[in-house]
Design a protein around this ligand. Structure first.
Ligand SMILES: C[S@@+](CC[C@H](N)C(=O)[O-])C[C@H]1O[C@@H](n2cnc3c(N)ncnc32)[C@H](O)[C@@H]1O
Length: 259
């Protein structure tokens, strides 16, 4: 008899029989971030209490053993798909979009080939206009699952800085795991409203030393929040001229404004 192949998606869906799948999925994301944020040399997470509090819901059920299996399936499937040219490796985003995404927040993610096409269009311009020894900062202010950033990393390279913002905490968590598992170690994903950077609700950043994915709760510790804050202060400086980027005239007389 042919046995059913286990995939991230069908193991995740098996939670549905006993648990709320949205909750189980976000618990998986939370525990994965805790597991990736270990104190060097100890094997203990910086967020150990959050990990224990999260797994406690499943302590009397054998499904708790499915969480490590989910993480191994996720990394295997991502690694396999990283070598494929057309479909990308956003396993988490595909699962989320198909099963849990919010229609009211317009959580429809851009198809991978379009993400790659847009990344290539941006790369020509950005790489030409920057010093080759400087890191470029790439931001998706409504990042969803982060696939625009993942596709950009394939075009720009992993040495650059990748930033995402999403108002939905589940998306911020998905993006941070996606960036970490894509080998992007100069990256941060903010949970908050991109239209108002003071609405900082938390953040996740990747790092090489210490190696891992870590949670930040205070906005002052967030590199992304500091970049947004200094950009906003620059923009607010009193001047008679509008900022260069706020209004641009084109040869045909048309004008593009950024508000
Ligand atoms: C249409 S999806 C696009 C996701 C991604 N950029 C892509 O191309 O696949 C829009 C995302 O923006 C997020 N979003 C909506 N309003 C936002 C806001 N004010 N600040 C940050 N994120 C927001 C939603 O939660 C959703 O994940």
């Amino acid at each position: 008899m042919k046995s059913k192949v286990e995939t991230f998606s069908n193991v995740m869906r098996s939670f549905e029989h006993k648990f709320d799948m949205r909750l189980a999925f976000t618990d998986f994301l939370t525990m994965t971030i805790c597991a990736f944020g270990q104190k060097p040399g100890t094997g203990i997470s910086y967020d150990e209490s959050l990990y224990l509090e999260t797994i406690a819901k499943y302590k009397n059920d054998k499904v708790r053993f499915e969480f490590p299996k989910l993480l191994s399936l996720l990394t295997l499937e991502m690694t396999e798909r990283m070598n494929s040219t057309s479909e990308g490796w956003d396993i988490l985003g595909e699962f989320y979009e198909m099963n849990l995404a919010s229609k009211t927040l317009s959580q429809f993610f851009t198809p991978w080939p379009i993400c790659e096409f847009m990344a290539r269009c941006n790369a020509d311009n950005a790489l030409q206009n920057s010093d080759s020894d400087k890191r470029i900062r790439i931001l998706d202010p409504a990042c969803g699952s982060g696939r625009m950033l993942m596709a950009s990393s394939r075009v720009f390279g992993s040495q650059h800085e990748y930033y995402g913002i999403d108002i939905d905490q589940t998306c911020a968590k998905i993006t941070s795991i996606n960036l970490f598992l894509s080998g992007l170690f100069h990256a941060e994903v903010m949970w908050g409203n991109a239209l108002n950077h003071s609405d900082f609700r938390g953040s996740y950043f990747t790092s090489i030393i210490p190696f891992g994915l870590f949670r930040i709760q205070e906005r002052e510790k967030s590199k992304l929040w500091n970049i947004l804050d200094s950009t906003a202060s620059e923009y607010k400086k009193p001047t008679n001229d509008p900022p260069e980027s706020a209004s641009k005239k084109y040869p045909d007389g048309s004008q593009l404004k950024f508000f």
